[in-house]
Design a protein around this ligand. Sequence first.
Ligand code: ZN
Length: 92
Amino acid sequence: MKQSLRQMITCHWSARRIQRYLDADPSAPLAPGEVARLEAHLAICDTCAKVAEEHRILHKALSRWSGAVVDDDAAVQRLQSFVDSLVEDEQR
Ligand SMILES: [Zn+2]
């Protein structure tokens, strides 16, 4: 009983960090200790490993979808010159 309560708390703790862990969001990074703790939990907990896997699939689908624009150098250049022209207009 004590073990399962502890497991529940760890699962709750992990669930709140899985998305940040997979997204590697630079504005909300996990501490190295948190990453190690989360990875250790994912290795032993089927429930959280499944949640992480679902997030990973979703994340891959999203990055493939948005990646078409981001990976395109010409599109980035166009966006850059568009932003530059906006800045120039404001300075006029
Ligand atoms: Zn868990």
